[in-house]
Design a protein around this ligand. Structure first.
Ligand code: 13P
Length: 250
């Protein structure tokens, strides 16, 4: 019922030339767009060149962050309208690396989510607990706080356009992937929370991606979980073959 969404978060990797090369390899691949949606999220500097390279492909473009103001004296920032004009359909918001290293808070995630929706972008909202929070049995309370904060003041109509990415911080870039049961447990919790806030229609249609050391060899099992609707892939998205093996995973 929910179409899977596999997204590559390239993080701070790939010069323009390298990005075009990877995008060209991906654009040459075939996939069933009725079954799975494919999105790649290169750095800002690569967006225009990658967008041109993806012409004629069904792969969609996303960015890794945005700023909530529309324009003006905000040196270094990129607005939602700029992303739209560069060809982006998606934007990642609230990635744990931005929360950890760049002072992202639930409040700024909310401002960015509103700005993205107003501009017609599809937001991918990232949530997830740190290792010590999991060890202290705080996973659900952390994820609930992040989701309530991100979606504060949003209507059901707005919320239904969002994708949520559950990315346990301890699994990101560590090779220590969540087990399918661990992922399903939190994904099920997230869907129940969305159901409580927004009702059945939004909860049943919202895609919840898993992220954190997802690779070709663990993707199938994760994607088979009833509430895992896709993946947000870091390291394995930097190589066409390893990313495509996940796109093709059933
Ligand atoms: P890895 O796949 O490298 O663990 O990164 C996951 C991630 O942070 C995607 O946003």
């Amino acid at each position: 019922m929910r179409k899977k969404i596999i997204a590559g978060n390239w993080k701070m990797n790939k010069t323009v030339g390298e990005a075009v090369e990877l995008a060209r390899e991906l654009a040459a691949k075939d996939f069933d767009s009725g079954r799975v949606q494919v999105v790649i999220c290169p750095p800002f500097t690569d967006l225009t060149a990658v967008q041109e390279t993806l012409q004629g492909s069904r792969i969609e473009l996303g960015a890794q962050d945005l700023y909530w103001e529309k324009s003006g004296a905000f040196t270094g920032q990129i607005s939602a309208d700029m992303l739209v004009s560069a060809g982006c359909a998606y934007v990642i918001i609230g990635h744990s690396e931005r929360r950890q290293y760049f002072s992202e808070t639930d409040e700024t995630v909310n401002l960015k989510l509103v700005a993205a929706l107003q501009a017609g972008l599809n937001p991918i909202v990232c949530v997830g607990e740190m290792l010590d929070e999991r060890q202290n049995d705080e996973t659900e309370s952390v994820v609930e706080r992040q989701i309530r904060g991100a979606f504060a003041g949003l209507t059901a109509e707005q919320a239904q356009k969002a994708v949520i990415a559950y990315e346990p911080v301890w699994a990101i870039g560590t090779g220590q992937v969540a087990t399918p049961d661990q992922a399903q447990e939190v994904h099920g919790f997230i869907r129940a929370l969305i159901r409580e806030i927004y009702g059945d229609a939004v909860a049943d249609s919202m895609r919840i991606q898993y992220g954190g050391s997802m690779k070709a060899n663990n993707a199938s099992e994760l994607l088979r979980q009833p509430d895992v609707d896709g993946g947000l892939i870091g390291g394995a998205s930097l190589d066409a073959e390893s990313f495509w093996a996940i796109v093709k995973a059933e």
